[in-house]
Design a protein around this ligand. Sequence first.
Ligand SMILES: [Zn+2]
Length: 118
Amino acid sequence: MLETHVRTRLALERSAAAERLADLERSFADVVEAATDSNGDDEHDPEGATIAVERQQLSALAEAARRALAEFDAALARLDAGTYGSCTRCGSAIGDPRLDARPTAILCIRCARQAARR
Ligand SMILES: [Zn+2]
């Protein structure tokens, strides 16, 4: 796989993840602000319960976006270090089809299967 191609793809997907995270953080701030505006009585206010669920969902999504962002950063760092595409566990090549499907993969398919089985 061409390194420039990989780098471009990782950078694009990274900025998409960063944008998603920024959106989620904005939504989260909006929900928090809306909750502060209401009387804040979560227990007796059905609106308050909805807001709590919404906050939980938003923070789970934000957490996933943050994790994705970290994976892209790590992949780009491995690209810089020249270790991109090598399995971090056994050192063998991860392989283009797998990297194409999952550009942030750090394990070859064999090690990934082993890790999943444990
Ligand atoms: Zn491996």
